[in-house]
Design a protein around this ligand. Structure first.
Ligand code: SAH
Length: 326
């Protein structure tokens, strides 16, 4: 929902100022549409239905994985593909994986989104409407910007959407923005008043290898990115989560685990090892190799977890949101 258009439409209609808040309160609680907003005059409800699209996104397709994960493919008004995912965990957690761009201009070699054509930044409404879509299905409480795109390249819109997420049930503390290491964005996030978590896609402790996997490392080199994360930690006093996708024979060797442990200050960073979801170019490390890598990190005092893979059978897992059909 375009909240500026909503406010303009309501004030053109001579409605009192509280109306916009009223409409948003219904929307954020998962109302199916304007017709459900029973304390609004009927004429106003139908005027809004005509003039303010309830969602900026049209649902094109939805896939359900055996583990309860739901992946939705949407289209913007100008026909861009956007994907978002609802992950359901046994402990009751309902976490959304949101997209910030249609496609991605960065070309990380292991990521399926990087292989598709870049479209554009998503608007604030297009980001928020992903979350609202799932809120209409059930209560949600966590969000990660780990869908399509690099959120720090669209930070104004991402932060504007984050500001509204608590109304939908997702507090800032339960929101994480993941970045390839876009330094200006990390510094800006450190300065916002919202206690949003920072996640860094690292994937290699060695700068040359990182450049091979993630060309953006040439623009924002590893050492400078880690300095920015340390500044973030100083400002926010929150651990930075490091994502490290496990690629067999590429970044999963014993020495590489030692190098990673030596690079990261355990007072600042916690590592999340990510089983690779096949996209063609690499082989994923096996579970034994991942466990061994993790053990090395922990022996060095660095906290490390292994990410639960969700939705692999519907290509909804990390790096698989390629939207080939759209
Ligand atoms: N551009 C941001 C936000 C996207 S997050 C970023 O890169 O952080 C998507 C996460 O999934 C990143 O950590 C990315 O490295 C990881 N990922 C990408 N492709 C993957 C794959 N094939 N298997 C597992 N993880 C992958």
């Amino acid at each position: 929902m375009d909240l500026e258009l909503l406010e303009r439409t309501l004030s053109d209609a001579g409605e009192p100022a509280f109306r916009a808040r009223q409409v948003w309160a219904w929307t954020a609680r998962g109302a199916a549409g304007y017709e459900a907003m029973t304390d609004l005059p009927a004429a106003l409800r139908s005027r809004l239905a005509d003039e303010v699209p309830y969602s900026a996104l049209t649902l094109v397709d939805e896939a359900h994985a055996r583990d309860g994960t739901v992946k939705s493919l949407f289209q913007t008004d100008d026909g861009r593909a956007v994907e978002a995912v609802l992950m359901r965990y046994r402990d009751g957690r309902r976490s959304l994986c949101l997209s910030s761009q249609s496609g991605c201009p960065l070309t990380c070699s292991f990521c399926a989104t990087g292989a598709m054509k870049f479209g554009r930044n998503l608007t604030t409404s297009e980001i928020l409407d992903q979350a609202l879509h799932f809120r209409r299905i059930e209560d949600v409480d966590h969000a990660v910007f780990m869908g399509m795109g690099e959120p720090m390249m669209n930070l104004d819109n991402v932060l504007a959407a984050c500001r509204r997420l608590p109304d939908i049930g997702i507090t800032h503390r339960r929101t994480a923005i993941s970045t390839v290491g876009w330094i200006p964005g990390i510094d800006r996030l450190a300065q916002t008043d919202m206690p949003i978590r920072l996640a860094l896609s690292l994937h290699a402790a060695d700068s040359a290898l990182r450049s091979q996997l993630m060309p953006v490392n040439e623009r924002y080199p590893l050492a400078d990115v880690l300095d920015a994360c340390v500044r973030f930690h100083e400002a926010k006093r929150r651990l930075v989560f490091v994502e490290y996708v496990m690629l067999a024979g590429v970044n999963d060797r014993y020495e590489q685990a030692v190098a990673l442990a030596e690079l990261l200050d355990p007072a600042v960073f916690k590592v999340n090892l990510i089983p690779y979801n096949p996209t063609g170019s690499y082989d994923g490390s096996g579970s034994d190799a991942i466990a061994a890598f993790r053990a090395v990190l922990e022996e060095h005092g660095l906290r490390a977890t292994v990410r639960l893979t969700r939705g692999r059978d519907i290509a909804a897992a990390c790096g698989q949101l390629a939207a080939a059909r759209a």
